[in-house]
Design a protein around this ligand. Structure first.
Ligand code: FES
Length: 347
């Protein structure tokens, strides 16, 4: 089916397959459509149907809370076309980098599956062919028997790989989480679409990095650390990471974080904040190179942000309420320019 998208004086055309989400079809064709979560929660992919018929997909999608059905407003990440369609997109069409990789549909096989803590699971997905992605990007995943896609950032980084590494936190009310945690899913096939997301790291921008993560939000920041480590970015640039979890038992990736600190001891600062319990005496002895703190991660991270941002790119990763609560003080109190803050909101 032919889809025409109009934005002010510009018109884009692309083909969408039957049942394919309009956002995915457009991005796959290289059309720079606006989006954030790609899974129906944020509302950024709003469009108006001017002509044609669409299947609106998820009726209760939180992203269309304030939409007007009479105006035929839709979420492009939830709708699929039932005929040729013309749409108008009210929000700014995103500008892509020249080296951005067009996302596409993939079928992958879960190959690794292990628990990092009592409620955080790590898994790897093998794809039929190599692909590249920017550190900090994510894929949306759909598993058998569960309708709709969910977004997960890659933990690993590599140019040209057929392996994607993810983590997922247990969420008793989440269907995909339930499927993943119910039994060992090794050798199960899943559908993926990506890579997506603009909370990305690019060494050629020559930034210092200031990163704040809550819980499983650490995934994309691990990918950024890995890319920075591989290209020796931290030889000449500082990175400060603040990672918040509830208790010492909830802390994971300690070994990988210690390895980055050990490789670049002068430029890397890694701070782990426990919200519900104090650090252990062993952690406080300070022998492993990481700083352990008690309290909410933002209470420790925000005072460390430089006024005006300097040449620093700020990355925020975690539950949407945490990200929202950080953006305001960063901009209003620390005077960090909005274009020096990158985040993706999934929840
Ligand atoms: Fe479609 Fe977030 S609701 S991109």
């Amino acid at each position: 089916m032919l889809i025409e998208i109009e934005k002010k004086s510009q018109t884009y055309q692309f083909e969408a397959n039957a049942g394919e989400k309009l956002l995915y079809a457009g991005l796959r064709a290289g059309v720079p459509l606006p989006f954030e979560c790609a899974t129906g929660t944020c509302g950024s992919c709003k469009a108006r149907v001017d002509q044609g018929d669409v299947d609106e997909g998820w009726p209760e999608a939180p992203g269309k809370e304030r939409f007007k059905a009479a105006k035929r407003e839709i979420l492009m990440c939830q709708c699929s076309a039932q005929s040729d369609c013309s749409l108008s997109v009210p929000t700014k069409i995103a500008v892509f980098r020249d080296d951005d990789i067009n996302p596409d549909h993939h079928v992958g096989l879960i190959t690794q599956y292990d628990m990092l803590t009592s409620d955080v699971l790590r898994f790897e997905v093998e794809l039929p062919a190599d692909l590249s992605f920017h550190a900090g990007q994510f894929f949306v995943l759909q598993v058998p028997g569960v309708n709709g896609f969910r977004a997960y950032s890659m933990v690993n980084y590599s140019t040209g790989t057929n392996t994607l590494e993810f983590i997922i936190k247990q969420n008793p009310s989440g269907a995909l989480s339930k499927w993943m945690f119910d039994s060992d899913r090794s050798n199960e096939q899943i559908d993926l679409f990506g890579p997506l997301g603009r909370a990305t790291f690019h060494p050629d921008e020559s930034h210092d990095l200031f990163m704040i993560a809550g819980g499983s939000g650490i995934a994309g920041l691990m990918s950024i650390l890995e890319h920075g480590r591989q290209v020796n970015h931290f030889k000449h640039h500082n990175v400060a990471l603040y990672f918040g979890v509830r208790t010492p038992a909830d802390f994971f990736f300690a070994e990988r974080l210690r390895a980055v600190k050990a490789q670049f001891p002068d430029r890397v600062s890694i701070n782990i904040a426990f919200s519900n319990e104090p650090p252990t005496s062993e952690q406080l002895s300070g022998n492993d190179g990481l700083n352990y703190l008690q309290g909410m991660v933002h209470e420790h991270a925000l005072p460390a942000v430089l006024e005006g941002g300097g040449n620093t790119m700020h990355y925020l990763a975690g539950p949407a309420p945490m990200v929202d609560a950080l953006i305001r003080p960063l901009i209003l109190e620390s005077k960090v320019p909005a274009d020096k803050i990158r985040y993706d909101k999934f929840n």
